[in-house]
Write a new protein. Structure first.
Length: 163
């Protein structure tokens, strides 16, 4: 009879239930261990709207989409120039997609000119794609590392102009 009352006692079961939630908080820190992986998720691109006019340089380690007008140099990871956008300056990015107008040099590991692109300037790239209908006026130069080589070329050019 004593064994029956012990089996029916809720005391040990509630103790086991108390132990189970104690195990769950232990799993919650494991969930917080995954929190550092959340920053690896790519943030959305910064968008400069079509009514925005910027005079000056733009530098970001992220992605940027230009829909307005920029008079200055742009450095980014992924640079997208929208169809109605105009950039007057150097564009430097790992990936450059031009749908609009760029007046200046374009440097990137991957450069793509879509059918609506209008580029007046030199393109230094590792890989390039030019769609049918794109307008391009300038020179194209393939380099293994266009990000560094272009910067190195700028220094000697400045030195020569000083002489």
């Amino acid at each position: 009879m004593f064994s029956k009352s012990k089996i029916n006692e809720p005391g040990p079961k509630s103790t086991d239930a108390d132990k189970a939630p104690a195990a769950e908080p232990a799993s919650k820190p494991a969930t917080s261990d995954f929190a550092p992986s959340a920053p690896k998720v790519k943030p959305p691109a910064s968008v400069l709207s079509s009514d925005l006019v910027i005079t000056g340089n733009i530098k970001t380690t992220g992605d940027i989409q230009i829909e307005g007008t920029v008079e200055g140099d742009i450095r980014a990871h992924l640079l997208t120039v929208g169809e109605g956008a105009t950039v007057k300056g150097e564009c430097l990015a790992d990936d450059v997609v031009v749908n609009g107008r760029v007046i200046g040099r374009v440097r990137g590991l991957k450069v793509r000119l879509t059918s609506s692109a209008r580029v007046e300037g030199d393109i230094i790239h590792k890989t390039i794609a030019i769609e049918s209908g794109a307008h391009f006026e300038g020179s194209v130069q393939r380099q293994e590392d266009p990000m560094q080589a272009g910067a190195a070329k700028t220094v000697p050019t400045a030195s020569k102009s000083d002489n």
